[in-house]
Design a protein around this ligand. Structure first.
Ligand code: COA
Length: 172
């Protein structure tokens, strides 16, 4: 997928050149922008809206948000260190899942992560939806951390996954 700079607005932005022209990917560079994202983080687990709001102001944070019909429907957050990036969170609005939006935003962000050669992430062992998406995008399991996440009954492991970014091959 190619990206082009085109959307007007208060942020620097990227507009995905996809058939659905009502869907655009924007870079979050301004704290004002994060208010749109609040509904994504209501009644969910994972990083809180307040935590992510603090992250966006930091130089090592890269974050993108997917808008459809001017409504934020997904967001993805990374922390970068050198040529590696940790994916902190990917989240699609509950009512908008299984429509290809998570995959679209993940793919667009991987293309836009300039200078990054490896992306790492952690995912709950029970989160089969996210794991399926990551595997479909070329991520491979690199390890496990036992008892990493709090769970309804005790603790559950984290699965560690990585993607080596050979953009031409991995992000298709
Ligand atoms: C995981 C998540 C981001 C997926 O977003 P999505 O927009 O629903 O996913 P997509 O529609 O782009 O699906 C892409 C692929 O992922 C896999 N997938 C997505 N949801 C799935 C599900 N519920 N069950 C099984 N596979 C699933 C499928 O392989 C799917 O391809 P397909 O539709 O051709 O079968 C979304 O479910 C979500 O926001 N979950 C809550 C937050 C979360 O768990 N984030 C991950 C933290 S590590």
């Amino acid at each position: 997928m190619a990206l082009k700079s085109s959307m007007p607005g208060q942020y620097s932005s990227l507009c995905a050149t996809v058939p659905d022209s009502s869907t655009a990917v924007q870079v979050l560079t301004d704290l004002r922008g994060t208010a749109h994202l609040k509904p994504l983080y209501e009644n969910t687990d994972g990083p809180s809206y307040e935590f992510l709001k603090g992250l966006v102001a930091q130089a090592h944070c890269s974050a993108w948000c997917l808008f459809r019909d001017e409504k934020a429907v997904a967001a993805i957050w990374y922390q970068r260190a050198g040529d590696r990036a940790d994916m902190i969170d990917l989240r699609v609005l509950a009512s908008s899942r299984r429509q290809g939006l998570g995959k679209r935003l993940l793919r667009a962000s991987l293309i836009a992560l300039e200078g990054v050669t490896t992306v790492d992430l952690e995912v709950r062992e029970s989160n089969l939806a996210a794991q399926a998406l990551y595997r479909a995008m070329g991520f491979q399991e690199t390890g496990r951390r036992p008892d990493y996440y709090a769970a309804a009954s005790g603790r559950e492991p984290a699965i560690l996954m990585s993607l080596a970014l050979n953009v031409d091959e991995a992000v298709s």
